[in-house]
Design a protein around this ligand. Structure first.
Ligand SMILES: *Cc1c(COP(=O)(O)O)cnc(C)c1O
Length: 379
């Protein structure tokens, strides 16, 4: 129940022990097609250009920035979390001139601030983090943000690493030009093959670049030869990771994407009710609470590091502390994919109570468990 990797279901683990076949084997090409279709389903997109990038979420992220950002492009990025800062570094390395839209850590961007930043800087590319894993803040108002960008003729890159397969995300309806994600968060798969989708407008921009993409490995124009109609060699696909991703996405489709979003709301909602009834406070307002990553404020004088260590070593439960401005102030509890289950929430609360008790902080575990049961019955 940390910020990823989440628990991997046995069907995915089994799929990953399937014997390897060639990356151009006709059977593997069928698997590639199915994986792409399933990715379109999970992203809620018709984008032809939808693939798993070889590498972890950061590779899909770098593919997005390195292809979309041309040297000299003004790129607008957020300052409200760790992954916004990573967008900054990647956009810079791609030759972009980075400008910022500010919000405190733990809060989402305000569309008015985004509008003001567009008026001041006229960026060509705007990146935002849909689910900021470092702070537990969900970015609401996504269609407002993309509308502002498109009024200014800019392209939008969305980090959906901790939202894809966990919280409502509609790439086409919300007019997101590029979205990337990872396997080990709400898809509950191994890291190693990471979803990326680009619409026609974004792909057009890549096609019309004056300078070739600075990364050979992540150049989507070159990757097109393997993932597009040609199916010719570019690099060897991570076969095993793709077996796993396909199976994880099949589980998403079997459950139904909307049902999966509501399961995350239901289970994380019970978790939230439980920690609140125990006497703790959520860091995010309800308006931008992120079900897949719950940031919980810890009482004055408590030691987050010692707490996380105790939970892991004594209770076998992984959670994480805060980062940056929120270090020592919050704990981060993931409720992602296969880990979003009642039994995990019911095991976590007493473990938290025990961990805090060891630091001389008494919480009402009974009230917490009652609130969890009640929320699960109601939900
Ligand atoms: C985990 C994460 C990433 C990076 O993914 P890796 O798989 O660690 O490379 C990027 N953005 C967000 C929001 C994440 O949570």
């Amino acid at each position: 129940m940390g910020p990823g990797p989440s628990n991997v279901p046995s069907r995915v683990l089994q799929a990953m022990s399937t014997p390897l076949i060639g990356h151009l084997d006709p059977a593997f090409i069928e698997i590639m097609k199915e994986t792409q279709d399933l990715l379109r389903y999970a992203f809620r997109t018709e984008n032809r250009w939808t693939i798993p990038v070889s590498g972890t979420g950061s590779a899909a992220m770098e593919a997005a920035f390195t292809n979309l950002v041309e040297p000299g492009d003004v790129v607008l990025v957020p300052t409200n979390g760790y992954f916004g800062a990573r967008m900054d570094s990647m956009a810079r390395r791609a030759g972009g001139e980075v400008v910022y839209v500010h919000a405190p850590w733990g809060e989402p961007l305000d569309p008015d601030d985004v509008r003001a930043a567009f008026a001041m800087h006229r960026p060509a590319v705007f990146g935002f983090v849909h689910a900021e894993t470092s702070t537990g803040a969900l970015q609401p108002h996504v269609p407002d943000l993309t509308a502002i960008a498109h009024e200014h003729g800019a392209l939008v890159i969305a980090d959906t690493v901790t939202s894809l397969g966990g919280v409502e995300l509609r790439v086409d309806e919300w007019e997101i030009d590029v979205a990337y994600s990872g396997g080990q968060k709400c898809l509950s798969c191994s890291p190693g093959a990471s979803p990326l989708t680009l619409n026609e407008t974004a792909f057009e921009k890549v096609r019309n670049r004056a300078e070739t993409v600075r990364s050979w490995y992540l150049d989507v124009g070159l990757l097109e030869s393997y993932w597009g109609d040609d199916r010719s060699y570019h690099h060897t696909a991570p076969i095993t990771a793709i077996y796993g991703l396909r199976e994880a996405l099949r589980l998403v489709a079997e459950e139904g994407i909307e049902e999966r979003w509501s399961r995350h709301l239901r289970i994380a909602g019970a978790l939230k009710a439980g920690v609140q009834a125990m006497g703790l406070e959520m860091n995010a307002d309800d308006e931008f609470w992120l079900p897949s990553l719950n940031a919980v404020r810890i009482p004055e004088g408590s030691d987050a590091k010692a707490l996380c260590r105790h939970l892991l070593l004594t209770h076998g439960i992984e959670i994480a502390g805060g980062l940056g401005e929120l270090a020592g102030k919050i704990i981060r509890i993931g409720c992602m994919g296969h880990s979003a289950q009642p039994r995990n929430v019911l095991a976590l609360l007493p473990a938290l109570g025990d961990g805090f008790a060891r630091q001389g902080i008494t919480l009402d575990v009974g009230a917490g468990l009652d609130a969890v049961s009640e929320a699960l019955r109601a939900g």
